[in-house]
Design a binder for this molecule. Sequence first.
Ligand code: PLP
Length: 381
Amino acid sequence: MRRIEQIEPFRVMQLLERARQLEREGRTIVHMEIGEPDFPAPPEVIEEAQRQLQSNGQWYTPSTGAPELQRAIADFYQRAYGVPIDAERILVTPGTSGAFNLLYAALLDPGERVLLPDPGYPCQRNLVRLAGGIPVSIPVDAASGYHLSATHLAEHWDARTRAAVVISPGNPTGTLIDTDELAHIAAECRRRGGMLISDEIYHGLTYGCQAQTALALDDEAIVVNGLSKRWAMTGWRIGWLIVPETMIDACRRVMQNIFIAAPTLSQQVACRALRCDDATEMMRATYDQRRRYLLRELPALGFRIVVEPRGAFYIYTDVSQITDDSARFCQQLLEEAGVAITPGEDFGRHRSEQHVRFSYATGMEELELGINRLRDFLDQR
Ligand code: PLP
């Protein structure tokens, strides 16, 4: 099979397109499928963008990023986690997606394997394939909080395995990995001469707990993060990759070739965004209120929540008491009740037909309308 044939589309996009079509036909749709913050970027960020534009200084930055932004990110790690990081180990990329693209291109030789959780963020599989690698999807369940564990690594690691990916808080599950387990995974990766890759894009969006960066546990861990979620700045396309010193040169060379550099205006603005603590706290508190509402309402309707989601803006529920075909259920729910949610199949194969993901990156009124429509829909079945 040609490589491109193995690249899967985002199925939720088809659902979203259908939802938009129904809206054009006059229906109101409750959007609980979208994984994008519904908040605008913090106002200070917009002011900073206007100020920077006046300077008309948007030339290419160095490939690894504007040095002041690399320093601002290093300061952020010191402030948020108490972890000192040499700014040179930070590469600024076009979104977290760009960071993964770059990382897999720099890390993998053809045929090398990357261990990933199933269910998990689907782009990972595709980006590993695009780099010529082999994504190994490992079924994960409630028992490990829907995360890879050191035991999974021991079971699936072989001579061609290069890395394991942890995404915590997780997409689609919103669950957090236990810090001790993350330390065990880091140790297991090291013992086997591989890398731990930690996707920390939902850090800062945690409720009643805090996520620890993998860098606090292992200085050689590879960390990926960006402005899309905690800072609600998806369209600015700023991410970063923190790598061990030995990988900087390889990453720089790939970066020079595939992106040249991340967008300059966005980098200038990012320095300001990293200090917007009040705005991010306001968003976090609002998400938490919505989360608590759904945690009350969904189980009463038959959506089983096995592990409490304490991060991101997702709830992954077991719908086996309602349907054995979650994709069809989601389609019917959209067509008949005007509620859009994401079927498990978007996130992998493991018991995907028994799960759906709710996103609460949408206002409280919409969520209430969605719950009422869900209740009516289920009553009429
Ligand atoms: N990683 C995870 C787990 C995500 O859910 C997303 C987006 O939804 C990304 C990475 C990519 O984010 P971006 O490229 O906007 O930084």
